[in-house]
Design a protein around this ligand. Structure first.
Ligand code: EAX
Length: 352
């Protein structure tokens, strides 16, 4: 991976600045009992303290994002002397990944963390980090998602009432399959595969480019859907597969690493704008600290959990990825109208 050249990034920023098209403004007038403030159609929420921020996410609490959010919760509560409290809602308690993003826009959920490709449903450019086979290792991916360029692209979410505090990491997505359909040993084995994906256009287009048959489905209900044969396959990073016990309903893991799964940690923009700068600084620093912890855990678990999955009864397969890369090389072109050829060229030369 070539080191970023600050001048190049500055040039890249000049080329790529510009926001996404307009979006839904908040018309709802809602009294949100849980978050101790009242919104009216045109006013910003008046925050009263202690302020409880409700944070929802789709996976089990012992998933790396759950562990890191607990760190975030403790740091924020300590450093604001209990004036800002974080209520954590794991396992899709407040809704699926896509519902949580909708609730952020309407102001009914205050924070969430989800795959960049899920956010791309709104701010499409943010999904660029999920393009197939874009990064060869964690360090390359982290350098990109921490770059000023991604900061610029992340600001597209602000018109959807979401402010990106930092990027957590979900890992590199891999394919798992049931005993019924057997292992994916080669790209040919993806043909017609009845595979579940998140509601994430880039991952779905990647699966379609591999001739699979992707359907989106809520993560919190996925394990049951795999158990009852609704799906024969799914794709997620190794830590997610292990921490959410998908090995109990999937026999084979094919280490495809087909998409890097960056996870923006977001807070409602209308809350963010109303926090005093002292609290904004505390939340930003706490998010970055939690993000660093999350990334360390995900990288470690990605290395350690292959053996654990084998011990839990999964068969691990390492297919030749070149045919997968060739089959999905056209996915980035599908989004070229949104990303702009300049950004794609930048990716091509600087990251590949
Ligand atoms: O990590 O829905 C999905 O597959 C996502 O990866 C989810 O956040 C679990």
């Amino acid at each position: 991976m070539k080191k970023y050249n600050l001048i190049f990034i500055a040039v890249a920023l000049l080329l790529f600045t510009g926001c996404q098209s307009g979006s839904d403004s908040q018309n709802a007038s809602v009294v949100n009992q849980e978050t101790n403030f009242t919104e009216t159609s045109s006013m910003k929420p008046e925050l009263s303290y202690p302020l409880t921020l409700h944070a929802g996410y789709s996976t089990a609490p012992d998933d790396p994002r759950g562990i890191a959010l607990e760190t975030f919760q403790k740091t924020v509560e300590q450093q604001t002397n209990g004036n800002i409290l974080i209520a954590l809602h794991p396992s899709g308690e407040l809704g699926s990944d896509s519902e949580l993003l909708e609730e952020m826009i309407t102001g009914n959920v205050d924070m969430t963390v989800s795959s960049a490709g899920n956010y791309a449903l709104y701010a499409t450019r943010i999904g660029i980090s999920a393009l197939p086979f874009l990064f060869e290792d964690f360090e390359s991916a982290w350098e990109f998602i921490d770059s000023p360029l991604m900061q610029e692209l992340s600001s597209d979410l602000e018109s959807y009432n979401m402010h990106v505090l930092t990027y957590f990491d979900n890992g590199f997505r891999c394919v798992t399959t049931s005993e019924k359909v057997g292992a994916v040993n080669s790209v040919e084995d993806m043909k017609g595969l009845n595979i579940r994906t998140p509601e994430n256009q880039i991952v779905m287009e990647t699966m379609s480019a591999l001739s699979a048959n992707p359907k989106s489905y809520p993560f919190a209900e996925l394990k049951q859907a795999l158990a009852d044969g609704t799906f024969d396959a799914q794709e997620n990073p190794i830590p997610v597969i292990y921490n959410n016990k998908l090995y109990e309903v999937q026999k084979y893991l094919s280490v495809t690493n087909h998409s890097y799964d960056a996870m923006p940690l977001t807070i409602r923009q209308d809350i963010w704008e109303n926090l005093p700068s002292e609290y904004q600084e505390i939340l930003s620093a706490a998010a970055k600290e939690a993000g660093a912890q999350n990334r360390t855990i995900v990288k470690q678990q990605t290395a350690d959990f292959v053996k654990k999955l084998e011990d839990a009864g999964m068969e691990i397969v390492y297919p030749d990825l070149k045919p997968f890369q060739e089959a999905t090389s056209g996915v980035k072109e599908m989004f070229s109208a949104i990303y702009g050829q300049d950004l794609l060229n930048y990716l091509e030369h600087e990251i590949q």
